[in-house]
Write a protein that binds this ligand. Structure first.
Ligand SMILES: [Zn+2]
Length: 438
């Protein structure tokens, strides 16, 4: 799951998720499941899913690093073991390296502060006068001189990168972005690198309260070690051609998951969970008779900005895009501590994926699952290309999202298996010959 670029949309999403949670359901194989489906989903082995996740979470799999590469090699070997011919699609991207040190000191104050960098914060050490600038919009700089100063602004329905650029344009030397409310400071993102940024740090409401007493005083903002570098990553994929003797079509059904993680996070939930489920689906589907082409994709560099899925989609031909009828994106599908299962589309509308998945959910649980809004992951480039795509995720997200605590002990085997079954049944519905459906 990639960090939201915009606070506004993020809060909107959160409010939807908080109000749209489905009630807790147990997965049961009821008599409503057709025998053909039942036979196949019973081949899903949650212990294999779990073992894959354990292997992947031995260390963080940051895009562009050796550990991401090792994860790609592991996936390749597993898929080859299952009898697939594996495609490796290399690509390069601009990797942002987070600062090694961030600090805020106020002259003459004993207070201590715990500011956090944004993803794409630039390095720098700046000493200057603290000055408030409201919500940090263009008009908030009218009539005040912030030249060489450190501006303090409050987030309110604005893109974070706009706050940094407005302060920069007004001549400020650094910016402190205050997040009102009691939430701990997360690692928010400025979306992409810009030469025009000035050093920017996020501060909590608690720090802001202390800082407000010091407006007019000298302060020093320090960000060290942040930089942008060229890095290499790769997508791993397998294609299974239709194997049925009749009723085959040229349609393509896609299952995808990103296998990279953020720095310091073993990424059990995000996204060893989705990767492991996708790998198990690849194993299960290997010898199933199918009428459509099935592609199972493992994306690199999702956390850095959906680079892998964007690369994959950009390399698809118009014909392949036209033939692609469904894309199932699995991202954070096993956390015991997140909310309930959600199916999310970029426009919040139902499509071929949500309809088949909701039917599968109903088959398993006896009630349906509604569709929510949700971007932030690898289904987005497919949606933008016009392919029916949806994200499977447990939401609201767990507390240790993108934290070092995203470890194996937080994964629920029931939850992993529930998503594996839903995607298996949906994919079967879309790819099984008509005469084998009961
Ligand atoms: Zn993530």
């Amino acid at each position: 799951m990639h960090h939201k670029r915009f606070l506004l949309a993020c809060l909107f999403l959160l409010s939807i998720l908080l109000t749209a949670c489905a009630p807790n359901m147990q997965v049961v194989d009821g008599p409503r499941i057709a025998n053909s489906q039942n036979d196949l989903i019973h081949q899903l082995d949650v212990e294999k899913i779990y073992a894959t996740a354990e292997e992947l979470t031995k260390e963080p799999r940051v895009a562009g690093t050796e550990s991401e590469k090792q994860a790609a090699t592991f996936l390749t070997e597993q898929l080859e073991d299952y009898g697939y011919e594996v495609d490796v699609q290399p690509f390069t991207f601009e990797r942002y390296v987070m600062p090694v040190k961030t600090d805020l000191q106020v002259a003459g104050s004993d207070d201590t502060f715990s500011p956090a960098p944004f993803q794409y914060s630039v390095s720098g050490t700046v000493t200057g006068e603290l000055i408030g600038s409201g919500y940090g919009l263009k008009k908030n700089y009218d009539g005040i001189d912030v030249q060489g100063k450190i501006v303090v602004v409050t987030v309110n329905r604005t893109y974070f990168y706009e706050l940094v650029l407005e302060a920069s344009k007004a001549g400020a030397a650094a910016i402190l972005v205050h997040f009102p409310g009691d939430d701990p400071i997360n690692t928010w993102t400025l979306g992409e690198h810009s030469e025009d940024y000035i050093p920017a740090l996020a501060i909590s409401h608690e720090d802001y309260t202390k800082l407000a007493k010091n407006i007019g005083n000298q302060a020093t903002v320090t960000i060290e070690g942040a930089r942008v570098e060229q890095a290499d990553s790769q997508n791993i994929s397998v294609t299974k051609q239709p194997t049925a003797e009749q009723d085959t079509s040229s349609d393509i059904v896609i299952i995808g998951a990103h296998y990279d993680s953020v720095e310091l996070a073993p990424g059990a939930s995000d996204n060893a969970s989705g990767t492991s489920v996708a790998l198990e689906l690849a194993r299960m589907f290997k010898d199933v008779v199918t009428t459509k082409e099935l592609r199972i994709l493992f994306f690199g560099a999702e956390e850095e900005g959906l680079y892998g899925s964007e690369k994959y989609v950009s390399a698809m031909t118009q014909d392949e895009i036209k033939r692609s009828v469904a894309m199932f994106n699995l991202d954070m599908v096993g956390s015991a501590d997140a909310g309930e299962l959600a199916i999310q589309t970029v426009d919040g509308m139902d499509n071929a994926v949500t309809v088949s998945a909701s039917q599968a959910y109903e088959t398993l649980n006896g009630n349906s699952l509604s569709t929510d809004f949700g971007g932030r992951s690898d289904h987005v480039p497919f949606h933008e290309a016009g392919i029916d795509a949806a994200l499977f995720v447990y939401a609201p997200l767990e507390e240790w999202y993108h934290q070092p605590e995203d470890t194996m002990d937080k994964l629920s085997k029931d939850r992993l298996l529930q998503v594996a079954k839903i995607v298996a049944i949906s994919t079967l519905e879309l790819t099984l010959p008509a005469d084998s459906k009961e």
